[in-house]
Design a protein around this ligand. Structure first.
Ligand code: HEC
Ligand code: HEC
Ligand code: HEC
Ligand code: HEC
Ligand code: HEC
Ligand code: HEC
Ligand code: HEC
Length: 436
C-alpha cells in the first residue's frame, strides 16, 4: 500500500502536492494545513474512479468548509490573539506556493513568503550553523576567481573528434572562460554559475544569451582533479552549440530547482541573481515567513507554529520531500535501461527496491541521515539503523557474516552510475550483492 502510494507519487514530481495542501486563511498570517483531496488534479482517472473521487471530494470539501468556518469563528472572537502583529501579510490572499512540490519560477509576491536561513538564526542557531557547512548549502554558487580560478588556469585541452573542436579553459580579465576552437574561429564563453559542491563534480552555466543559458561542455571532476565532458555531452551526443547545451527557459528552471531553494521569475528567464540558490531550510520545511512572525510575537501555543512538524511526519512524507530531488519519476521507471545503469545515483529509486523498505512502514531517508549533516558523518547512525531491525531476538534475519558492524559496506556498495563519469555513489538497494 505504502509502496503503491509512493510509486504513484514518484509522481512526487508528477503530482506536485502528493499529500498536503497548504492554504492560507486570507487576512491573517495563520497557516492551515489540510489533507490533499485533489488527486484528480494530479493523475488522470477513469470515469468510475472519477465518480468515487467526487463523492470523496464532497466529503472533503464539507470538512474543509466546516473547519474553515470554525477557525474563522475562533479568529473572529479572539482577534487580538491571532492577527499578525507585523501585519505584513494582511490583505494578501494569494496562493502560498510550496517549492517542495510546486515547481517553476516564483513571482515576487510568492517569493516574499520565503525569508531565508539567516532569519532562523536567533532561535535555531545550532541547526543554522550545521546546515551552512553541508553540501546542500553549497550546491550552487556564482563562479569566482577565488573558488574556480586555479581550476580554470590548469591547462586542459580536450578534443572532440566528432565535431572537430578543441576545448580548453582559461582565465581572461578575471573571468573563468571555456574556449572551443573551431577552424573558422573560437567560441569563448564565460562560466557564471557553478552547480555541484565539488565533492564529485562541478558543472557550469553561462549567463543568459540570445540562444538561452548554456550548460557548458566541460565539467570539473573531483576524483581525477580535471575537466572532462559534462555528463550527457560526451562526443556523439547532439549539441545545440559548440559551447554546450542551450537550455530553454523551462529547462533552466528545471535544472536549477533541485539545486536551489527559491527560483525568482525574471524578464527573459529565472532571475538567478535574486534567487535563493543552493538548498536552504525552506526547500525542505516550506515557506517560513509566517512561522517567524508567529514565533517572534512570543512563544506560540501548540498548533500555532505555522510550520509543518517534520520531526513527527510520516516516513512517506519525509521520503517524498527528499525524493523530490533524489530520484525522479522518469528515472524511476523499472526496467528502463537508464534506470538500471544509473540506479546508484538515485538513492530514492534504489531504496524503494529494498525488501527492508517494502516490508516495513517506517524506513525513510532520515532513519539513516540527519538532514542537517553531510553523508559521511552518518556511517555509525546507519549501522545503528540496520541493527534496530536486524538484531538478535527480532523477527528479522540476522547476518551470518557480520552481525555487528560495517553493514552498508557490503549491503550498500559504492558503484558507478553510467551517465556520470569518475564518480562512485552508494547504491541504496539494500540486499546481498553478487549472490547468483
Ligand atoms: C523567533 C524565534 C524563531 C525563529 C526566528 C524561527 N523559529 Fe522555528 N521554531 C521556534 C519555536 C519556539 C519552535 C517550537 C519548537 C521548539 O521549541 O523548538 C520552532 C519550531 C520549528 C520547527 C518545527 C520542528 C518540529 O517539531 O518538527 C521547524 C521546522 C522550524 N522551527 C524551522 C524554522 C525555520 C526554517 C526558521 C527560519 C526561516 C525558523 N524556524 C525561525 C522559534 C523560531
Ligand atoms: C531532479 C532533481 C535534479 C535536477 C533536475 C538536476 N539535478 Fe543535479 N543533482 C541532483 C542530486 C540529488 C544530486 C546529488 C546526487 C548524489 O550525490 O547522490 C545532484 C548532483 C549534481 C552534480 C554533482 C555531481 C554529483 O552527482 O554529485 C552536478 C554537477 C549537477 N547535479 C548538475 C546539474 C545540472 C547542470 C543540472 C541541470 C542541467 C542538474 N544537475 C539538474 C538533483 C538534480
Ligand atoms: C534537506 C532537507 C532539510 C533542510 C535543508 C533543513 N531541514 Fe530541518 N529538518 C528536516 C527534516 C526531514 C526534519 C525532521 C528530522 C527528524 O525526523 O529527525 C528536520 C527537523 C528540523 C527541526 C526540528 C528537529 C530538531 O532537530 O530540532 C528544526 C527546528 C529544523 N529542522 C530547522 C531547520 C533549519 C533552521 C534549517 C536551515 C538552517 C533546516 N532545518 C534545514 C529537513 C531539512
Ligand atoms: C532541492 C533538492 C533536494 C532536496 C529536497 C534534498 N536534497 Fe539532498 N542533495 C541535493 C543535491 C543537489 C545534493 C548534492 C550536493 C552537492 O552538490 O554535493 C544533495 C546531497 C545530499 C546528500 C549527500 C551530502 C554529501 O555529504 O555528499 C545527502 C545525504 C542528502 N542530500 C540527503 C537528503 C535528505 C535526507 C533529504 C530530505 C530530508 C534531501 N537530501 C533533500 C538535493 C536535494
Ligand atoms: C525498518 C526496519 C529495517 C531496517 C532499518 C533495515 N532492514 Fe533490512 N530488512 C528488513 C526486513 C523486514 C527485511 C525482510 C527480510 C527479513 O525479515 O529479514 C529485510 C531484508 C534485508 C536483507 C535481505 C534482502 C534481500 O533482498 O535478500 C538484507 C541483506 C538486509 N535487510 C540488510 C539490511 C541492512 C544492511 C540495513 C542497514 C543498511 C537494513 N537491512 C536496514 C527490515 C529492515
Ligand atoms: C539504511 C540506511 C540509509 C537510508 C535509509 C538512506 N541512506 Fe543515504 N546513505 C547511507 C549510507 C551508509 C551512505 C554512505 C555514507 C558515506 O559516505 O559514508 C549514504 C549516502 C547517501 C548520499 C551521498 C551520495 C552517495 O551516493 O554516496 C546521498 C545523496 C544519500 N545517501 C541520500 C539518501 C536519500 C535521499 C535517502 C532516502 C530516499 C537515503 N539516502 C536513505 C545510508 C542510508
Ligand atoms: C563483509 C560483508 C558483510 C557485512 C559487513 C555484513 N554483511 Fe550481511 N551478509 C553478507 C553476505 C555475503 C550475506 C549472505 C550470506 C549467505 O546467505 O550466505 C549476508 C546476509 C545478510 C542478511 C540475510 C539476507 C538473506 O536474505 O539471507 C541480512 C539481514 C544481513 N546480512 C544484514 C546485515 C547487517 C544488518 C549487517 C551489519 C550489522 C551486515 N549484514 C554486515 C555480507 C555482509
Amino acid at each position: 500500500m505504502k509502496l503503491d502510494h509512493l510509486r504513484a507519487g514518484t509522481g512526487v514530481s508528477h503530482c506536485r502536492v502528493p499529500y498536503l495542501h497548504i492554504a492560507r486563511n486570507p487576512p491573517y498570517s495563520a497557516l492551515i494545513i489540510i489533507p490533499c483531496c485533489c488527486e484528480s488534479a494530479c493523475t488522470p482517472l477513469t470515469i468510475q474512479e472519477q465518480q468515487s473521487k467526487e463523492k470523496k471530494s464532497y466529503g472533503c470539501a464539507i470538512t474543509v468548509v466546516l473547519s474553515m468556518a470554525a477557525l474563522s469563528a475562533i479568529i473572529w472572537f479572539a482577534p487580538k490573539l491571532y492577527v499578525s502583529k507585523t501585519g505584513t501579510d494582511a490583505g494578501h490572499d494569494h496562493h502560498l506556493r510550496d517549492v517542495r512540490f510546486e515547481h517553476g519560477e516564483l513571482s515576487e509576491t510568492e517569493a516574499d513568503e520565503y525569508i531565508g536561513d539567516a532569519a532562523c538564526k536567533p532561535c535555531h542557531s545550532e541547526i543554522v550553523k550545521r546546515c551552512a557547512e553541508t553540501r546542500h548549502a553549497r550546491t550552487m554558487r556564482p563562479v569566482t576567481l577565488f573558488d574556480d580560478g586555479d581550476q580554470y588556469r590548469s591547462i586542459t585541452k580536450i578534443s572532440d573528434k566528432d565535431n572537430g573542436v578543441d576545448y580548453s579553459t582559461s582565465v581572461h580579465h578575471g573571468d573563468c572562460i571555456q574556449n572551443g576552437k573551431v577552424r573558422s574561429g573560437e567560441s569563448l564563453i564565460k562560466a557564471v554559475w557553478e552547480i555541484g559542491s565539488g565533492k564529485n563534480a562541478r558543472s557550469y552555466l553561462s549567463e543568459q544569451m540570445p540562444e538561452g543559458t548554456i550548460s557548458l561542455r566541460l565539467s570539473w571532476y573531483a576524483m581525477p582533479k580535471k575537466f572532462d565532458f559534462t555528463s550527457g555531452q560526451a562526443p556523439g551526443h547532439s549539441l545545440t552549440t559548440v559551447g554546450g547545451a542551450a537550455l530553454s527557459r523551462e529547462d533552466l528552471t528545471n535544472c536549477v530547482q533541485c539545486h536551489a531553494t527559491t527560483v525568482r521569475s525574471g524578464v527573459s528567464g529565472p532571475n538567478l541573481a535574486n534567487s535563493h540558490i543552493s538548498i536552504g531550510c525552506e526547500r525542505c520545511h516550506g515557506p517560513a515567513k509566517a512561522h517567524v512572525a508567529a514565533c517572534s510575537a512570543g512563544k506560540p501555543a501548540a498548533g500555532q507554529l505555522a510550520i509543518e512538524l517534520l520531526k513527527s511526519a510520516s516516513s512517506d512524507r519525509v521520503n517524498a520531500i527528499c525524493m523530490d530531488c533524489h530520484t525522479s519519476a522518469k528515472t524511476n521507471l523499472p526496467g528502463r535501461p537508464a534506470t538500471e545503469r544509473n540506479l546508484a545515483r538515485f538513492s530514492g529509486a534504489a531504496l524503494m527496491r529494498s525488501e527492508c523498505f517494502q516490508r516495513t512502514t517506517t524506513l525513510s531517508c532520515t532513519t539513516c541521515h540527519d538532514p542537517h549533516l553531510n553523508a559521511e558523518q552518518q556511517a555509525q547512525r546507519s549501522d545503528a539503523a540496520c541493527l534496530s531491525c536486524h538484531h538478535e531476538g527480532s523477527s528479522n534475519k540476522i547476518c551470518i557474516v557480520n552481525s555487528k558492524s560495517a553493514c552498508s559496506s557490503c549491503h550498500m556498495p559504492r558503484q558507478v552510475a553510467d551517465d556520470m563519469p569518475y564518480t562512485l555513489y552508494t547504491n541504496h538497494w539494500i540486499k546481498v550483492w553478487n549472490r547468483e
